[in-house]
Design a protein around this ligand. Sequence first.
Ligand code: 5GP
Length: 205
Amino acid sequence: MLKRKGLLLVVSGPSGAGKGTICKELLQKNEQIKLSVSATTRKPRNGEVDGVNYFFIEKEKFTDMIGKGEFLEYAQIYDNFYGTPKAAIIECLENGQDVVLEIEMQGAKQIKEVYPEGVFIFVLPPSLEELKSRIVGRGTETKEEIDKRFSCAFEEINQIVNYDYFVVNKDVKQSTKEVESIIVAEKNKVTRYKNNIIEKFKEEL
Ligand code: 5GP
């Protein structure tokens, strides 16, 4: 069997583009892929569960974790901090398990610097108009938050240059299939196997 490290999939996109829904669908269809649970100082929204959606922690604990180097990346978004706990991810990747991070662009950029072999995927909305109606329709943010998120969207789309792939999310099922195709292509990259492929055939000589 050819061995490789797990894929680190980094999925970003403006609020309302649908990256969360795509990741959810991807995980439902592919049980072997693991979702990284981030830590945040934001308060839980209705229905969100600690340890499932996020690890909801106080700012003091977050700062302490930064000091101890426990995050792979972290960022301040709007008024809150968000970060990816490092240890669990490194373990998965070393064991050949694929991991998805659903994070915003500042964090993705930090990861690209330390882990360029990650797979960076940007989810785009079909249009800005559609994006706004999705954020409003979701009904989880206040009017002020909606305006703030929408006004950032175009700026965020400019960050697409730091990504390897994009998916235009018109339809979640189709977008998820596209992400799955990206995963297949990435898994068949020769460079991910170092010399394992040659070694494998050499053994058979
Ligand atoms: P929300 O508050 O809507 O759950 O998330 C706000 C933004 O933070 C989203 O774009 C989400 O992808 C991003 N985010 C969630 N977890 C992390 C993380 O660990 N690191 C970074 N950099 N962004 C995150």
